[in-house]
Design a protein around this ligand. Sequence first.
Ligand SMILES: Cc1cc2nc3c(=O)[nH]c(=O)nc-3n(C[C@H](O)[C@H](O)[C@H](O)COP(=O)(O)OP(=O)(O)OC[C@H]3O[C@@H](n4cnc5c(N)ncnc54)[C@H](O)[C@@H]3O)c2cc1C
Length: 378
Amino acid sequence: MPTVNKVLIVGGGIGGLSSGIALAKNGCSVTIAELHKEFNVYGVGIIQPANALRALDALGLAEEALRRGSPYGMVKMCTAAGHVFTEVGVPSIGRLPSHNGISRRILHEILYEEAVKQGVVFRMGTSVAAIENKGEEVSVQFTDDSTGTYDLLIGADGINSKVRSLVFGNYKPRYTNESVWRYPFKRLPELETGYMFMGRHSKAGLIPMTADTMYMFLVTSEGEDNPFIPEHELVPRMRAWLGEYSAPMIKKVVDEITDPKKVVYRPLEVLFVPAPWYENRVVLIGDAVHATIPQLGQGAGLALEDSIVLAELLQKESEVEEALHKFMDRRLARCKMVVDTSVQLGELEQLDWKGRLPEGTNLGAIIGKASAAMMQPI
Ligand SMILES: Cc1cc2nc3c(=O)[nH]c(=O)nc-3n(C[C@H](O)[C@H](O)[C@H](O)COP(=O)(O)OP(=O)(O)OC[C@H]3O[C@@H](n4cnc5c(N)ncnc54)[C@H](O)[C@@H]3O)c2cc1C
């Protein structure tokens, strides 16, 4: 690693932790500045398709993720009544299964523990207040008024990235008119893989998380005004949406949705920053530069892949600018395809719910094409 030694990563999510691990393994001295004083990973489970597992494997963490998650095969796409009509998803890659379902918190723990092991230093409760990005280094003023100088700053601070607004300008996420509801359950014994149920007004899914647990996702359209849903309405509204499903697996668990604190509701937003993704010694990765919606289950996988490619190029290239340019070149089309296809699927779902899906549209085929592309080497 001739040109980059001291690296600051802003954001300790999936992208920040994985790039921290990859760069520390390459011999860099890495600091992660994380906004929150303590990690409080929100959410329920996360789908890791085979390409995300391949990226974790490059960090030496795939086995641990599989051990602490639940590997499963292709996703069965069903009618609301539970009749399977096709299977979708990223096929298995080598020894890695088609998918792994895992608790978000556990995935974060696996990455965090490895980052600590690799010597990554954490500055919790800290962000960047100002960035001076000139010459062969980048100088930072932190929110606690301390300062630092680095060879490279990686903005991995998610969809509302502060690094992006300080260095790249004013890009705002776009609300897609869709929201997702999630809820954890004891696993049904018959859930042998992931399931997706296509309703007339919504889409639901059941995803294994461990041998004993699973979670449900439910995608709905709550309207263009993106309403705030108060806590006392979460349970009745989620259950009301599920009324249209007669699939036995859904019917078996609906009555278990009782605790509003366990309902994780989130409006879905997208963002794609056009080239360039770097300026001098600052580069963006993950949701900070390409935030997608979960229609392909690929957001975290893309952040992991970004980290692998960036670390590989920073080690290989002797010029930082060349490494950052090649990073963007290798990642841009793939990430854009995921964001565009996910948005397209979201729009088609919404047309379907209005009874206006163009004749001949095959959502399974669109997912299949994108998933096959994700098997390609990065
Ligand atoms: C409802 C939903 C379901 C999803 N399901 C899946 C799925 O099944 N599979 C999948 O692969 N992806 C999924 N995704 C996408 C996935 O969660 C993201 O793509 C992924 O978390 C991106 O990682 P990241 O590190 O770039 O950003 P984040 O995970 O958002 O991490 C950003 C980190 O930066 C910190 N931060 C924020 N601002 C600052 C600041 N100013 N200074 C310092 N730190 C800061 C945050 O606290 C956080 O720790 C889903 C997304 C949503 C919304």
